[in-house]
Design a protein around this ligand. Structure first.
Ligand code: 6GP
Length: 837
């Protein structure tokens, strides 16, 4: 039922963009024409042999063509404007699937669905064919993706620079309740969204030594770096659309290739393996994403990855600058480089090296350019996440950079000494080099010294940075510090993932909320409209039915869509306290067993999240959740009133199904530990109520939605600190709280580990010996608060009103607001809109 193909692979569509809108029929026939052309001329198949994946790829190319058309105009516009650019350096970009997002942002979604249906194809099915690019671990990587969406939507010239990992975050399998990791072969069917740009290749050096030399005809000495190894970086460009704009920005991801792929001498000597060995060593650099969330990785390959992508990106930034300007003296006026945590912090030393060694700048001038160019965002308060590299390793891999870091440090500490003459401890704390034991380079200190702006990602987090983690830097340079509370893109996290709710909202208040999320406030005027509340609730119910079907297909568990969907989805980490959630589940279970006749509000408790493969305690929590699920879900006395689900392989695509179907959002980290959280915002945007502590952005979410519409419990940051200061005694809670005692005793009894009575001992030990995350201290308050949640849920009309208010008042947490703040206060960049066709 497709038309005949023609040789025009590019179809003159003007869908979703300004200009003359085509009538619906013409649009549909043009979409179909583009699809069949791509099927034939990109995939080389016709309808007889094409499979669903071929159709997906053909469709992806249709969308890509639209994006590239816009990209070409964007590149021209930016170059002509000589505008200041944002360069967002991030080791992770967790973009999620591109096709649906591309269609939404191009305004083509509904037309496409219709055009496909018209020739017997189901858009939803094709969307499911896309492999998710899992090039990130969690919060930090997903934030970078939301930022790219907002940067483009706001027409800000930007490039996101990162790594094209051949294997992204591992696929999580659950076997006998345990997490098992499998490689993520996301590229095995090709990637229609990227364009390799071998013409923009760059050379990167590693190892070797440095030497002093005299340039010809010059009296001054220069330093040069004689490398041991050269690696080539090939950029792969992914177009990043914005909503309702003709601008298209770029995500530029670097792939490592061998400088000299083939050693002819070795080959001729008969050493066939040796002939390609160098190729393998080089390509290893971008082979795999380190699966650690907020834990430092002291591995050499990780430092290689960091340096590789940063060095590639800086050369690219310089190439772009010199294309439009005569020299690098004004780099900072046209480039704002943001360091997404310390992973790219080596950029400070690399830019200094480029300016001094390659472009012959004096130190002072180079340093001024560097400081004015960089900004640094911190994303965690976890001490184990602060990156430090052994000086030995550093010097071996990057000898010239170590020299430069020593020089930066020398000059910096001299300055500090002037200001604090008799304070050696302060000097020691501020130094870029950690002494005592193995000497190590402190990347956070390098980032602070080399940047003009330092920011945290939520108000509380920024305060804690100033008071604790970065206190000495704050005292030195208070003006460098600011807060930029995180945000999320409403395009993916409402318009795309919850089309029913998005439509209801747009029918009620218009669709300006899509790019101006504060407009959701207008929903408050409809709170007393019963029909509106019913429609709202009916949509939540439909979404819950969809999720119930998905859960059944994924793990074979039948859940009751009328029960409360109580959801905790995020990386598994002790500070996030999935353990406290599962202890609550066990407590509910104990009650049902003890008092079978009691009235209960039915719940489905859903967990999702990956544990770092080397994080034994987190993996044991995964096992405990699954073990509890086994017992609870199969106990006839529970009678379906409580179900526990662990959904394997939590990722962006799965998140898009979960947020719209959730009633309760679990944001229960120990106060003072979660920098911000962004899942908390996605839940509230989709009308879920939060049970949470005063941590990260929860504090600001509660301020916005109102204390009455937020279930607060637990110790505050100050109380946690005070408690620890006097000596936290977990046994006290065990001895005085009979329900908590019973819950731990049931675990100890082996009920959840038949045949392996000691399996969960490490968890009990951790809780009772030092309880570093205050689970024992917060448990009673948590359980009590959950009772309040249940009672509230019984009054369904009240709950719906609270849900509507959460959505209505969440506008502050649009990534558009966050990015506008960065643009105005840190980057000083202006919008450069591409003129409509
Ligand atoms: C995360 C923080 O844990 C989370 O609270 C925050 O919302 C997110 O960053 C975005 O700012 N941190 C990381 O994922 C991380 O790897 C080094 O930090």
């Amino acid at each position: 039922r497709l038309p005949e193909s023609n040789t025009e692979t590019e179809v003159p569509l003007s869908l979703g963009s300004a200009g003359v809108a085509l009538d619906a029929e013409t649009q549909v026939s043009q979409i179909q024409q583009a699809l069949v052309n791509n099927l034939h001329w990109v995939q080389g198949k016709d309808e007889q042999f094409a499979n669903a994946h071929d159709y997906y790829t053909a469709l992806a190319h249709s969308v890509r063509n639209q994006l590239l058309k816009k990209r070409i105009r964007t590149a021209k516009t930016y170059a002509e404007a000589k505008a200041k650019n944002v360069y967002y350096l991030s080791a992770e970009f967790l973009m999620g699937r591109q096709l649906g997002n591309g269609l939404i942002n191009l305004g083509m979604y509904d037309t496409m669905r219709h055009a496909l249906a018209d020739c017997g194809l189901d858009l939803d099915e094709l969307l499911e064919r896309e492999a998710e690019p899992g090039l990130g671990n969690g919060g930090l990587g997903r934030l970078a993706a939301c930022f790219m969406d907002s940067l483009t939507t706001l027409n800000l010239p930007a490039i996101g620079y990162g790594i094209r990992y051949e294997f992204g975050i591992f696929t999580q399998l659950i076997r006998q309740g345990h997490q098992v990791e499998a490689p993520d072969k996301w590229l095995s069917y090709g990637n229609p969204w990227e364009i390799a740009r071998p013409d923009y290749r760059v050379e990167i050096k590693f190892g070797g030594h440095t030497e002093v030399y005299k340039k010809d005809g010059d009296d001054d000495y220069q330093v040069r770096w004689i490398q041991a190894q050269t690696v080539i970086g090939i950029p792969h460009d992914v177009p990043v659309p914005g909503y309702g704009t003709d601008n298209v920005n770029l995500l530029r991801l670097w792939k490592a290739e061998a400088g000299e792929a083939f050693d002819l001498d070795a080959f001729n000597a008969g050493d066939y393996f040796g002939a390609v060995a160098n190729k393998m060593i080089s390509e290893n650099i971008t082979k795999v994403l380190y699966p650690n969330d907020e834990t430092r990785q002291g591995k050499e390959l990780r430092l290689q990855q960091q340096y590789f992508f940063v060095a590639c990106s800086l050369q690219d930034i310089i190439r772009l600058h010199l294309r439009d300007h005569s020299n690098l003296g004004n780099l900072a006026e046209f480039s704002a480089i943001q360091l997404n945590d310390t992973h790219p912090a080596i950029g400070v030393a690399e830019l200094m090296r480029l300016l001094i060694d390659e472009y012959s700048f004096e130190w002072a001038a180079a340093w001024q350019i560097t400081q004015r160019t960089f900004g640094y965002t911190n994303h965690t308060l976890m001490p184990e996440a602060l990156e430090k590299w052994s000086v030995d390793l550093f010097g071996k891999l990057l000898p010239r950079h170590l020299e430069i870091i020593y020089e930066i440090n020398h000059r910096f500490l001299a300055q500090v000494k002037l200001r604090y003459p008799n304070d050696p401890d302060r000097l020691e704390r501020l130094s870029l080099i950690e002494e005592g034991g193995e000497r190590r380079v402190r990347m956070a200190n390098l980032a602070c010294v080399g940047s003009h702006a330092i920011n945290g990602v939520a108000a509380l987090h920024t305060e804690l940075l100033k008071q604790e983690v970065l206190q000495d830097f704050y005292e030195l340079w208070p003006d460098k510090f600011s807060n930029k509370t995180n945000g999320i893109t409403p395009r993916r996290w409402l318009l795309q993932c919850n089309p029913r709710l998005a439509q209801l909202i747009s029918e009620t208040i218009g669709d300006s909320w899509i790019t101006n999320l504060d407009d959701l406030k207008q929903l408050e005027a409809h709170l007393d409209d019963e029909a509106f509340r019913h429609a709202w609730q009916a949509i939540k119910q439909e979404n819950k039915w969809s999720l119930a079907r998905y859960i059944h297909d994924a793990v074979g568990i039948e859940v009751n869509p009328d029960s409360m969907f109580d959801v905790q989805i995020k990386r598994i980490h002790e500070y996030k306290r999935q353990l406290m959630n599962v202890l609550h589940v066990i407590t509910l279970y104990n009650r049902m067993v003890q008092n079978p006749g009691d009235h209960v509000v039915p719940r489905t408790v859903i967990f999702g999240g990956k544990a770092a493969p080397g994080y034994a305690m987190a993996k044991l929590v995964v096992k405990l959740i699954n073990a509890v699920a086994d017992v609870v879900n199969n106990d006839p006395s529970v009678n379906g009133r409580l179900k526990v689900v662990f959904l394997p392989n939590y990722n962006v695509s799965q998140a898009q199904r979960l947020f719209p179907a959730s009633d309760l959002s679990e944001q229960i980290s120990t106060a003072g530990m979660e920098a911000s959280g962004t899942g908390n915002m996605k839940f509230a945007l989709n009308g879920a109520l939060t049970i949470g502590t005063l941590d990260g952005a929860n504090v600001e979410i509660r301020e916005e939605v109102g204390a009455d519409n937020f279930f607060l419990f637990g110790l505050t940051t100050e109380q946690v600190a005070a408690c620890k200061a006097v000596g936290h005694n977990p046994w006290y809670y065990y001895d005085t709280n009979p329900e908590l005692k019973r819950t731990l005793d049931v675990i100890a009894s082996g009920l959840f580990s038949p045949g392996e009575p000691d399996l969960f001992l490490p968890i009990l030990d951790s809780l009772l010996v030092d309880d570093p995350y205050m689970v024992m201290a917060d448990f009673a308050a948590y359980v009590q608060c959950q009772e309040h949640v249940s009672r509230t849920y019984e009054d369904r009309d009240r709950w719906v009103r609270m849900a509507i208010l959460n959505t209505a008042r969440i506008g502050k947490f649009s990534a558009d607001r966050t990015i506008a703040d960065y643009a105005r206060e840190i980057w000083k960049v202006k919008a450069v809109p591409v003129a409509g066709e």
